[in-house]
Design a protein around this ligand. Structure first.
Ligand code: PGA
Length: 237
């Protein structure tokens, strides 16, 4: 839908390494995106969530239990009570390094919705899956299993992030992204935003909104440079 406000989200991953740098990056972005018509969300490491103020924040992960003896974890309720609006769930790095399955992701999505968080749900095929012609099959499985028994689809934003495009500089072509997004669209209502992520830079960002018709972007590496991220936000105007 053309009138949907684009969502431009920054996934800082495990960066930056000091509070001082996190604050400087955040301030730079905050000043630069003033008056932007897109919805801008910053997803920093957990420890910075309570010190950064003035832009919408998202966590990069969440646990599927509410509270209690789960050392090291953070619940959706804790995030919600802190004033956090969004959470990224199912990022390919969590799937790969932390063995997150579609089933775990589904539990996290349900719990996050229950707490009233908005979700950026990441899906995408690996290079091997792409080469084997299994892209659509993988996307369909990730959507259907990840969103199993989920009714509140309107709070879900889907980020299509081909794993081979993440952090590689090898961003997905306009044609291929359009194909995938059109495919994903078959499984979700019209009001669900579908974003693109994977080596987004200010030189390629506009095409994903204008030509592909995606409803936003999930930006990793390029969101660690305030000037560059601001340019990306402006390119979606
Ligand atoms: P990238 O990461 O922009 O550095 O490719 C995107 C992501 O992992 O969300």
């Amino acid at each position: 839908m053309k009138y949907m406000k684009p969502l431009i989200a920054a996934n800082w991953k495990m960066n930056p390494v000091s509070k001082k740098e996190a604050e400087a990056l955040f301030e730079g972005i905050k000043n630069g995106v003033k008056g932007a018509s897109s919805e801008v969300v910053i997803c920093p490491p957990f420890v910075y969530l309570s010190i950064l103020k003035g832009l919408t924040l998202g966590a990069q992960d969440v646990y599927f239990e509410e509270k209690g003896a789960f050392t090291g974890e953070t619940s959706a309720l804790i995030l919600k009570n802190l004033g956090i609006e969004y959470v990224i769930i199912g990022h390919s790095e969590r799937r790969k390094y932390f063995n997150e399955t579609d089933e775990i992701i589904n539990k996290k999505i349900k719990k996050a919705l229950e707490a009233g968080l908005k979700i950026i749900f990441c899906i995408g095929e690996t290079a091997e899956e792409k080469d084997a012609g299994k892209r659509n099959e993988v996307l369909q499985r990730q959507i259907q299993d990840g969103l199993k028994d989920v009714i509140d689809i309107e709070y879900i934003n889907i980020a299509y992030e081909p794993v081979w495009a993440i952090g590689t500089g090898n961003n997905c072509s306009v044609e291929q992204t359009k194909e995938s997004i059109d495919f994903i669209r078959k499984f979700v209502p019209e009001k669900t935003r579908i974003l693109y992520g994977g080596s987004v830079k200010s030189e390629n960002s506009r095409a994903y909104i204008e030509e592909v018709g995606s409803n936003g972007l999930l930006v990793g590496g390029a969101s660690l440079n305030a000037e560059e991220f601001v340019k990306i936000v402006k390119s979606a105007e």
